[in-house]
Design a protein around this ligand. Structure first.
Ligand SMILES: Cc1cc2nc3c(=O)[nH]c(=O)nc-3n(C[C@H](O)[C@H](O)[C@H](O)COP(=O)(O)O)c2cc1C
Length: 199
């Protein structure tokens, strides 16, 4: 259990709601300054090919963007630092603008196949690759490097795992192909055997 996460999220109004509905509120004591990522979190992040990133605009509205890439595109640099490449895209720069006024971010990572989810809270820092071109090679693969405009560093403060309840298992096309591949090959073998002239 990452205590800092509860310390950050059990605000006065949240505790008030807990009392209203359940009669008492959770109390968090002795929370550390931050909860560093452990091996389980690092392995989970390294296996993800997408995540959702929540930011807050200066008007107070939450904003969520989907991020995707090859597994591990959200890199774990160390136990408190993550980074991913931000590509030239729709020219809206909503995440970039939001982070410039409020660096607090929420990451939401799903593993539908294994019915797991990890939530991360932290502070984001966005580096312009025109100023730090040397950083791009560390974060983006060769093919994608020309499209990288920014690098988004996340200073992790804490994280939380949720229970699997209500997560319906889903599989990506790649995962379905991996599962179906041996079956397809076996079917092809059997069809070939059926077509072959009987001895
Ligand atoms: C050539 C190109 C490649 C892109 N590749 C990715 C990608 O691999 N992963 C991703 O999450 N977004 C990718 N995008 C989308 C951009 O990063 C997009 O600008 C970003 O999602 C905008 O988010 P924001 O306005 O919420 O900050 C790509 C866009 C373009 C034009």
């Amino acid at each position: 259990m990452a205590t800092k996460y509860l310390d950050m999220t059990f605000t006065e109004s949240v505790c008030h709601a807990q009392k209203q509905y359940y009669g008492s509120a959770g109390t968090i004591e002795g929370a550390p300054e931050r909860d560093p990522l452990g091996q389980a979190e690092a392995e989970f992040i390294a296996a993800r090919d997408s995540f959702y990133l929540g930011t807050i605009s200066e008007s107070g509205w939450p904003y969520i963007q989907h991020r995707g890439g090859p597994p591990g595109f959200l890199r774990v640099i160390n136990e408190t630092t993550l980074v991913f490449a931000d590509y030239r895209g729709n020219r809206q720069l909503l995440t970039t603008g939001n982070v410039s006024v409020n660096d607090r971010v929420a990451l939401f990572l799903m593993d539908y196949k294994n019915r797991e989810r990890l939530k991360i809270l932290g502070h984001a820092r966005i580096e312009d690759v025109r100023i730090h071109p040397e950083l791009v090679a560390q974060v983006a693969d060769t093919k994608m490097r020309p499209s990288v405009e920014r690098l988004v560093f996340i200073d992790v403060v804490s994280f939380d795992w949720n229970c699997p309840k209500y997560i319906r298992p889903r599989y990506s096309v790649d995962e379905v192909e991996a599962l179906a591949g041996p079956l397809k090959r076996r079917i092809a073998e059997l069809e070939a055997a059926l077509r072959a002239p009987k001895a």
